[in-house]
Write a protein that binds this ligand. Structure first.
Ligand code: TXA
Ligand code: MG
Length: 318
């Protein structure tokens, strides 16, 4: 179960690994991150090589709170502080203009930076003890499903990442909401637990989805977060009529259909989704049939992840 804080020994081991330029598996409330010193070029390079991530994909820097914004961003708008006040620590990433000292490798050469203060007590303890920002993409190889358990991180990287802090199952289970505050109006680039309406209630109108001039976000690639087994989004009727393939359903499985039944409530569904996709992948079926959720705001973030998981791998990244 979720550990409230790392033991002193675990914390010491993690900090020593980070100080020596290693990457560690770090639990956050959204998904597990592959964390390294955001100010050490060799450590940041290590993240890219472990993930096999293209160099032009920027990393989120995880900080303790709004007090560290100025270390990594410049010309910070009032809206950043208002959102940090409302939602940090928590599952919201702010895109701001990058600070002068930020490494190019972090930003993918762009003029912006992604910053987030995670809420998970283990992440908070590590960041506070370490003293400055940790670059941490989700701890999966590029294009694969994000990990929501310590064991998933071990599955992805094995001995290449010897230190993985176990913070239990991630309570949110899908990646943070990303809002671009360099755009006018601000833009939600990646949907998550914090909805556009939540953000708008603090800072006024926001746009949703990438605009023409939006910074690149790897979450914007068509095929992303994908299981190895082809995933098809189908109606409940279709899935009930196809007993040969494992199903991922919203609520109970239909009679004589195998697979995994997830929660009917979208937040609980999101929490269980990635572990279920990993589990279904292990079966080695020809395809997975996933029940199409309702098309509404409550399900937006889940629908986004399912749509990406369902795209055939390799389909036209832009
Ligand atoms: O919940 C999360 O955000 C997790 C946990 C570990 O914090 N992290 C995460 O990182 O999902 P990653 O690297 O897998 O996805 C981060 C997204 C990517 O799509 C990246 O392109 C985008 O954030 N991003 C980072 N910096 C950016 C920037 N300067 N401009 C635009 N997008 C940026
Ligand atoms: Mg990721």
């Amino acid at each position: 179960m979720m550990q409230a804080t790392p033991t002193p020994t675990e914390l010491q081991t993690a900090i020593a690994a980070l100080r020596s330029g290693q990457a560690i598996g770090l639990p956050t409330e959204t998904v597990y991150g592959l964390a390294a010193d955001a100010e050490n070029p060799a450590a940041v390079a290590r993240i890219f090589s472990l993930k096999q991530r293209p160099a032009d994909h920027p990393l989120i820097v995880h900080i303790a709170g709004a007090g560290q914004l100025g270390r990594y961003a410049r010309e910070i708008p009032e809206s950043a502080y208002l959102l940090a006040d409302a939602f940090w620590p928590g599952p919201l990433t702010l895109i701001l203009k990058r600070g002068a000292a930020v490494l190019d490798a972090i930003t993918g050469g762009q003029d912006s930076i992604g910053l987030r203060a995670p809420a998970h007590p283990v992440a908070r303890a590590v960041i506070e003890t370490f003293g400055h920002g940790l670059a941490a993409p989700s701890a999966n190889r590029f294009g694969r499903i994000s990990p929501t358990r310590a064991a998933h991180v071990q599955e992805e990287f094995g001995d290449a990442v010897p230190v993985v802090l176990d913070g239990g199952d991630c309570q949110i289970g899908i990646e943070s909401t990303i809002v671009d505050l360099t755009a006018s109006p601000p833009r939600v680039l990646r949907p998550g637990r914090i909805h556009p309406e939540d953000i708008a209630s603090i800072i006024g109108p926001v746009a949703v989805g990438a605009g023409d001039s939006s910074p690149r976000a790897s979450g914007n690639l068509e095929s992303h977060y994908a299981p190895v087994t082809p995933l098809h989004l189908v109606s409940r009727e279709e899935l009930a009529g196809n007993r040969d393939q494992p199903a991922l359903t919203i609520g109970a499985l239909p009679d004589n259909v195998n697979g995994i039944a997830l929660a009917v409530e979208p937040k609980a569904y999101a929490r269980e989704l990635y572990a279920a996709l990993r589990e279904l992948d292990r079966i080695g079926a020809r395809r997975i049939n996933a029940e199409l959720p309702p098309d509404n705001e409550e399900w937006r973030a889940v629908n986004d992840r399912l749509r990406r998981a369902a795209s055939p791998a390799g389909s036209a990244p832009h």
